[in-house]
Each structure stands twice: as C-alpha cells, then as structure tokens.
Design a protein around this ligand. Structure first.
Ligand SMILES: *[C@@H]1O[C@H](CO)[C@@H](O)[C@H](O)[C@H]1NC(C)=O
Ligand SMILES: *[C@@H]1O[C@H](CO)[C@@H](O)[C@H](O)[C@H]1NC(C)=O
Ligand SMILES: *[C@@H]1O[C@H](CO)[C@@H](O)[C@H](O)[C@H]1NC(C)=O
Length: 973
C-alpha cells in the first residue's frame, strides 16, 4: 500500500510547497528535536538507516528520509518505508510536516493522538507495522467547543493508511472531521463494531478499505452520501493461508444508496454475509468497473441496470440466490470476468449483438491500482488455471450450476488483444446441439477452455475440430452421439478432452495420436468400438487415459509402454484380449477387469524393470494395493492436477447441487435425511428414530446449547451420535440446508464427522460419527482420582489445537467455533480428541434475525472482549482454548469451587497467572503430573496457555502459533 501514494504524492507535495509561505528559520531547532525524538523512540535499526541522524550534524534536511520545505529547514516529509525499524512512535511531529511514511516497519505500541491532530499533515502511512491499541483521536472538538483549538482536527489529512496492524476498538466516527480525506485504509486490523454512519460526511473520500477486520452490523445508508467514493472494499478474501483472514460479517443487505453511489467504480464485498436484494433501479450514469458480491446470500433478480454500466469488466455474483434470467443486453463479450455460478438463474442465455467495448480507463491512479490488485488476485482463482496459462490475459465466463436452458449461447469475445478464454456452462439444462455459432469465440482467442459437462446436449461433436485454439474441452454427462471426428486430431493445443458418459459410437480415431499436447483423454462410458490404435501412444504427454465401459476389442498395443507420464490407464469393462503390456505407472489390476479375454493381470511388480522404482511409483503402488476403483479418482486428481481438477470439481458440485435441489423439493416430505459422501446405507429417518428409541432418555449421551445428543446403533456395532437441535432455535431458517451442506464438506482428523442431517417440520437433527471415549469434561473430572500422563495431556492439547487452527486458517468457509469447552471435545478409545459443534454458532448468526446478538459461548470460557462487546474474532476461540488447556493440566475446572475463597471473578486464568508470577508453577498441575512429566515442557505448555488467555488481543497468540509452539514440545524420545 505504500507504493501507490508515494507515486501519487510528489506533484501534490510540490504544489503545496510552492504555495506555502517561507518558514522562519527559528522553527529549525524544533524540527531537529522532533527528528531526534523519532530516532530516540526507535529501539532497533539493524540496517543503520538512522545512523547519520545526529545533533552533531546541523543540516537535518539532508538526513536520510527527510525532505524540507524549500528554502527553509522546516521538515516537510519523512519517508522511511520498509526500513526494518522497530520501537514506538514519538509523541510529537515536526510542526509543519506534510507527509509521514513509516510503512512496512516493525513499530509497535499505540498511534500517538498528536498524529491525527496535526494541522499540516496531508498523508500518514503507518501500514504494515505492529501498532496496537485503538485508532487514537484527539478529544472531539464539537463537544467542547470552547477548547483552545477552534479549528477541526486533521484539516489537511487526505491519505490515511493504517492497514496491516493490530489496531483494536471501533473505527472512530470522529474521522468524519477530517474533511479532506481521500483515502482511508484501515484494512487488516482487529477493528470491531460498525462502519460509522458519520463517514458519509466525507465528501472528498475516494477510497474506503475496511476489509479483514472483525466488523459487523449494517452498512449505514449514509455512506451513500460519499458522492466521490470510487473504491469501496468491505471484505477481501485471502489468497494465501499466511494472510490475515477476513472476519467482517455484516448484517442485512447492502443499502441501495451505497450500491448506486454515482462515482463508484469498484465495489468489493465477497463473503460479507449480505442478504437482501440489489436495487432494481438506478438513476444517473453508472461508472462501475468491478463488482464482487460472490458468496453472499443475496436473492432476487440480477439487476437490469447493469447493462448500462458500460465499463463493467468484472462481475462476480457467484454462490448467492439470484433467480430469474440474465439481463439479455448485458455485454458479456466485453467482460473480462463474469461469474454467476451457483445461483438459481434460469431461462435461455442470450447472446447480444455487440459493437465496440468501452476502453475508458479510470482517471484516478489510486482507483486503477486498487482495481488491478483486486481483479488480478481474483483471476488467480480461475478454475482453468494452468490450462489457460498467463492469467493476466485471460477472460473467464462462468455460468455453471444454475438452471439455464434452451440452446447454447453464441458468446463472442470483444476484448481487445489476444485473450485466453474460459467458458463454464456445466451443470445446467442446455438441450441443443453444438452449432458453429457456439464456437465463435475461438477465432479471436489464443487459447480456449470449455466445460459443458452435465447438460442435456446432443448431436455430433464434429464442430469441435473447427476450434483450433481449443486447449480443454469437457462435455461429460450429456447425450452427444455419433462418432468422434478424426479432425479433432488436428487440435494441436488440446490438453484435456473429457467426453465420458455420452452416447458416442464408432472407433477412437487413429489421428488422436497426433495430439502432441494431450494430457487427459476421458472417453469412459460410451459405446466406442474397434481397436485401440497403436498410434495413440504417440501422444507422448498422456497422463490420464480412461476408456473404460466401452466395447473396444483387440489387444492393448505394446507401444503404450512408451508413455512415460501415463499414471492412470483405465480400460476396464471392454472386450480387450491378449497380454497387458508393461506400463510404467499402472499398478492397479482393477483397471483391467471386465475384459474376459485379457490375460491375467499380474499386479504392479510382475513386469517392473529391475531398477528400483521411483518414489512416484512406490506411491502409486501403495495406493494401488488397496484402493477401490472409485477412490482411484483421488489419484487422478493428484496425478494430473493441471487438468482434471476442474472436471472432478464440476462433477462433485453437480452432485452436491443436485442433492441440494432435491433436498429443497423434498423438504416438504417429512422423512428426508440428507447424507454426505461417505455415509453408509443404513442411515434413514426411520432407522435413526428407531435406534434412538424415539429419542429416549436411555440413549441420551449429552446435552448442550444447541440440543441433546443421543447414541444410535444402526446396525450391530455401527454407532452414530444424533444431535437433535433444540426446537425453535433453527426453525424455518432459509439457509439451513446450504449451511449444513457446507459443514458436511469439512473434514479434518480432529473434527467429528458430520454424516448427514434431517431438517423436518417437527424435528431437526444432525448425525455424527460416534466416539466411545466420552467427552473431555468427564476426563478432566476423573483426573481427581486417576493420574494422567504427559503423553495423554499433550496428545489431547495438540489434537484440539490442530482442529482449531484448521477451522481458523485452512477450511472454507473459515469458522470461528465460539463455544470451545471440554464438553465439546470428544475422545475416542485411544484418547484422540475431536472437536464437535463447530459451525453451529455461525449458522445461528447467519440465519438469525438481527435483533438478538447474545453471546454464544459458555461462562467461564468466553474471552473478556467477547463477553463485554459481543464482538467475536478467532482470538476469542484462542482464549477459550487456553482455558481448556489450563483445566486439562490442572484437573480443575474454570470456575472450580476451590476458587471461591478468592472472591468473585477469580477463574483458573487468574490462578494460573498468580502461581506463575510467584514461581509456584508446580502447584498448578494435577495429581502426579508434575512428578512424572518433563518439567520444562509442562512449564512451556502452561506459558502457552497463559499467552492464550491474555486480555490483550495483540498479545494473544493465533491458533497457528499455538499449534506450532505445541509441536515444538513433541516428546521425541
Ligand atoms: C486483498 O487481498 C490481497 C491478497 O491477500 C492483497 O494482496 C490485496 O492488497 C488486498 N486488497 C485490498 C484492497 O485490501
Ligand atoms: C429445450 O428446452 C426448451 C425449454 O425447456 C424446450 O422448449 C425445447 O423444446 C427443448 N429443445 C429440445 C431440442 O429438446
Ligand atoms: C468447419 O470446418 C469445415 C472444414 O474444416 C468447414 O467446411 C465448415 O464450414 C466449418 N464450419 C464452420 C461453421 O465454420
């Protein structure tokens, strides 16, 4: 963030310098003192950046990073970005300072109030430091108007960048007094509360970025008064796991006034928890270029006025509940990125006649920089990724997973330049044939990837050979018929061709061997006949060749031994005969079954060369030994990550969505149980009711905030746990199914597995795997009478830490548990720990009416800031985890009766801290644990728990850090 404004400011600065009256030389001493105070506050300067800053050198205008006003020794700017400086910030600034840039250093502590009170400062950049505390603001001048300074604070401040620190508290409404503000960037902090409505008074504001905080509440409609606002970033999804995650979750919908702000060019709010609808009408011209509202809960139609936004090049409305048809005049061919996948859109996709696209650039450098950074990152997520190559010149249109029907559209690209183009139409209800018009985009594009899987398309595929820029074509699960055109062999860029599960007949054309780039060929489940052409082995890049479930005959040509990359070769269920040639990576005999005339498959090692197998071979052999064919799909993904991922994902999504649609329809039927991928067949409504004895108290194994849990033996030895959700709390929630299905996809070795659920009128329950070891609460309770070992304590701590780190950092969507406590941690027979109840608190919040915001946690475990403000962040979970860890080491409960002597509010946290301070740590641990454990590790674990329960959010560790520090304690004897 430092770069844009450094580049922008010099002209501004120059103008200002010229306009300023000459300074009196007397200010010089004060300026130098202020600089030396800055140096004095710096405690670390490994690069010796400030070494020449010294009172013995009177000419401070030549000190590194210092710029003075012309013909004066008054300091105008201090620029020390990315200088590895650490320390705190000085209390005062040089009196006529215009610009301070200390971004990208390691400054810590608070932002001195004097910074924002400076009458001259125009640009303040403190981004990417370790600053903490609230955004300190001088006492408001309107409440005590008789104070000495009658002028408003920060009269000149135009650029305020505080991103990437540990700032807490709310965004101060008093910032609205900085009337010159043009750029306000407070992203990547720990800010809570609402976006203040007072910000609507900032008439000059161009950029507002509040992403990656813990903000909640409604977006105020007053923000719509920012007539100049061009870039509004409310959330920003992380691209890499190391980044600060996004916890902003707003309430309600995006106000109409905000969506239709006249100057708005970039509106960025993916996964921001918005519901409601987009405004139907707007007045005045539209300047929008990039709109990202993906992964929200917005319904209603896609607004028709988008058609008038002539500069719109990026539109992401994916994973919402938009319905109706696409506005027919939307200039799709002018858009670099259009994603409306996973909605409820229907009707035909029309192909507007298009003239030239607008190529107007924004006239504001800052806007261009934001646009390019945001859009660039979003394109990295392009599902065709490496198939399409260079993403900077890729266009992507994703209409998948909707209910579009009728004929395939004719979408011609009108973008200037040579684009790679990805088009996803999979999982819809298109029912036409492939006409010449469909491939119109092939002519102008440098590379093309198309996914048509899961529609009702029919007719021949001959047209394919006319698209010479084709790199990937997937059209599985349709009704294409006829034979494969030999002309396809002329597509020299083709890397992926998947046509599984159609009605194709005829043979595999010999010319397919000419496809020098081909990596994946999937022709399974058709009615292909004839022999396997020996020439096919000349497609030397082949990694995946799936020809199973056809009627191929003859022998497998020995030339296939030469395919060095071939890792999946499936010819099962054909009429092949003769010997199986030696294949470099082909370990699994199940890929040859169903060919009665084929000689016996001798397994992986039989024909291997004498040289020792490569790692890859060992790996595939190990998998091949005990993997079923369906699981082999997993291997395919690993083996050809470049190519098949999108296909498999599409198929999976197709099934999930089919199931979702089905779930919706059958919701009315009372007995629907939705199960997830690995659910055994015994599970249905009746069997659950029967096995729990109609939720008989005899089978009750636990109760909690969300409902009671019952044990159910569905088949002899096969147990599940059934959580019957408390009536009323989740009743009639729109997003219930979608949310639960999302939870059902989350898998981690230390999370209980959600197997399925039932959402009926009279009953709602979730089905989990059953864990025989009870919960951690009983385990801790028993520590009073049973000695536990370091190994047991360590394993449980580590398991829970890993589960939480996963929920916070690596799973999609990220989940804050909010109710970590021993009764939510389950154990199996070997004392491995599993976290349960994750995602339910989120589910309630997402679906709750906005009036109630009660704290979801349990007294004794909730973090102090959560209890007092109801504002939640991942750090609240860390606090609760710390409490659990303290209980696990001490065998005492958070609010143990033995603490009552110390008075109200005394918890295990206070106790641990006192013993630690008084150097009496050994007294903290449960019976015998201290004597039998490695004492240094035990003490370190206590320290970790104490850091987890720190009141200061900045000091409190993150779950990743906790897991890493626990890992260092691993007993490696
Ligand atoms: C959004 O996130 C990306 C990836 O972490 C980051 O590079 C970019 O600067 C962020 N943009 C904004 C406007 O916050
Ligand atoms: C395709 O579907 C549309 C609408 O569902 C229907 O009107 C049309 O007759 C179908 N066409 C074909 C070729 O089946
Ligand atoms: C497709 O290519 C063939 C020859 O390769 C040509 O005869 C035919 O007209 C082309 N079709 C279209 C629609 O361009």
């Amino acid at each position: 963030m430092a770069a844009p404004y450094r580049r922008l400011l010099p002209p501004v600065l120059l103008l200002l310098l010229v306009a300023l009256p000459l300074a009196s030389p007397s200010s010089s001493a004060g300026d130098q003192a202020a600089l030396l105070a800055l140096k004095g506050a710096v405690t670390g300067d490994p690069a010796s950046v400030l070494s020449a800053w010294s009172s013995s050198d009177p000419d401070h205008c030549h000190w590194r990073g210092v710029t003075c006003h012309p013909a004066s020794s008054a300091v105008a700017a201090i620029d020390l970005p990315a200088a590895s400086l650490s320390g705190t910030l000085p209390a005062a600034l040089p009196p006529r300072l215009l610009r301070l840039d200390l971004s990208g250093n390691n400054f810590s502590g608070p932002i001195p109030a004097a910074f924002l009170a400076s009458p001259t400062l125009r640009a303040l950049n403190l981004s990417s430091n370790r600053l903490s505390g609230p955004i300190a603001f001088p006492p408001s001048s309107n409440s005590n108007s008789n104070s000495s300074s009658s002028s408003p604070p920060c009269p000149a401040l135009a650029h305020l960048r505080l991103a990437g620190n540990f700032l807490v508290g709310e965004i101060p409404a008093a910032l609205a007094q900085c009337r010159s503000l043009r750029v306000l960037d407070v992203s990547r902090n720990v800010l809570e509360g609402a976006v203040p409505r007072a910000l609507g008074r900032l008439a000059a504001l161009r950029v507002l970025d509040v992403s990656r905080n813990s903000l909640t509440d409604r977006i105020p409609r007053e923000l719509g008064n920012c007539r100049a606002l061009a870039v509004l970033v409310l959330t920003n999804l992380t691209a890499s796991p190391g980044d600060q995650p996004e916890f902003n979750a707003f309430l309600g919908g995006l106000p109409q006034e905000v969506v239709t702000m006249p100057a708005l060019e970039v509106l960025w709010a993916p996964r921001a928890n918005f519901d409601g609808r987009l405004p139907r009408y707007r007045n005045g011209s539209c300047r929008l270029r990039a709109v990202n509202l993906g992964q929200n809960y917005i319904g209603g139609p896609v607004p028709k006025w988008l058609v008038e936004c002539g500069d719109l090049a990026f539109l992401d409305l994916s994973s919402n509940s938009f319905e109706g048809s696409m506005p027919p005049e939307l200039r799709i061919g002018c858009m670099k990125y259009l994603n409306v996948s996973q909605n409820l859109l229907s009707g035909p996709l029309l192909s507007p006649v298009q003239g030239k696209c607008s190529s107007r650039l924004s006239d504001d450098v800052v806007v261009i920089q934001y646009y390019e950074a945001l859009v660039g990152i979003a394109l990295i997520g392009n599902p065709f990724g490496s198939v399409l190559g260079d993403i900077s010149n890729a266009a992507l249109h994703d209409f998948s997973n909707n209910g579009f029907d009728g004929a395939l559209p004719s979408l011609n690209l009108h973008l200037a330049g040579n684009y790679s183009y990805g088009l996803l139409l999979n999982s819809n209800m298109f029912n036409s044939t492939l006409s010449g018009g469909f491939f119109g985009f092939c002519k102008g594009a440098s590379g093309v990837a198309v996914n048509l899987s899961g529609n009702r398309l029919s007719g021949s595929l001959d047209m394919l050979s006319n698209c010479t820029s084709l790199q990937s074509f997937e059209a599985g699960y349709n009704m294409f018929n006829g034979s494969l055109s030999p002309g396809i062999g002329g597509l020299h860029l083709l890397r992926v061709l998947v046509l599984r599960a159609n009605n194709l007949t005829g043979d595999v054309p010999v010319r397919f061997g000419d496809l020098a780039a081909l990596e994946v060929l999937g022709l399974s489940q058709n009615s292909l006949t004839g022999i396997l052409p020996s020439h096919l082995a000349d497609a030397s890049r082949l990694k995946v060749l799936m020809l199973d479930h056809n009627r191929l005959s003859g022998s497998i040509p020995p030339s296939f031994s030469e395919l060095a990359q071939l890792s999946v070769f499936d010819v099962s269920f054909n009429n092949l005969s003769g010997d199986i040639p030696y294949l470099r990576h082909s370990p699994d005999c199940s890929l040859f079954v169903g060919n009665p005339l084929l000689s016996r498959c001798l397994g992986p090692n039989a024909s291997a060369p004498p040289s020792s197998p490569s790692n890859h071979q060992k790996w595939t052999q190990r998998l091949g030994g005990h993997m079923t064919k369906s699981k082999y799909l997993v291997v395919i993904i690993a083996a050809s990550a470049t190519a098949l991922v999108s296909f498999v994902v599409a198929v999976l999504l197709f099934f999930v969505c089919e199931r979702r649609k089905r779930a919706k329809i059958e919701n009315f039927k009372k007995k629907m149980v939705v199960t997830f991928a690995d659910a055994p067949p015994e599970i249905n409504y009746d069997s659950i009711i029967q096995a729990t004895g109609n939720f008989s108290i005899q089978n009750l194994i636990g109760t909690g905030g969300f409902g009671a849990t019952y044990k159910a033996e569905l088949a002899p030895g096969y147990l599940v746990a059934v959580k019957r959700l408390a009536m009323g709390r989740f009743q009639g929630l729109q997003q219930f199914d979608a949310e639960i299905i999302t939870l059902g996809r989350i898998r981690h070795k230390n999370l209980v597995t959600l197997i399925g659920y039932h959402n009926g009128e009279s009953d709602t329950f979730l089905i989990y795997n059953y864990l025989p070891g009870g919960n951690l609460e009983s385990f801790i309770h028993e520590m009073g009478s049973r000695q536990v070992s370091w190994a047991e304590v360590y394993t449980i701590a580590m398991d829970v830490a890993q589960a939480l780190a996963f929920l916070h950092g690596s799973c999609t969507p990220r989940i804050i548990h909010r109710d970590i406590k021993p009764s939510n941690i389950l154990l199996d027979g070997e004392l491995n720990a599993y976290l349960s109840d994750f995602g339910l608190a989120r589910l309630m919040e997402v679906t709750q009416t906005h009036a109630t915001t009660d704290v979801a946690g349990t007294f004794g475990y909730v973090a102090p800031e959560y209890a007092t403000t109801c504002r939640v962040s991942d750090k609240s979970d860390v606090y609760s985890f710390g409490v659990v860890l303290l209980e696990l080491m001490s065998g005492k409960r958070s609010l143990d009766p033995s603490f009552s002597q110390f008075g109200d509010g005394f918890t295990i946290v206070s106790w641990g801290r006192i013993l630690m301070q008084e150097d009496r740590t050994s007294e903290f641990f449960s019976l015998g644990l201290w004597d039998t454990s490695p004492k240094d590790r035990l003490t370190e674990m206590l320290k970790i728990a104490i850091s987890c329960t720190s009141e200061s959010l900045a000091v409190r560790l993150s779950m990743r850090q906790v897991a890493a520090r626990l890992k260092q304690l691993r007993n490696d004897q």
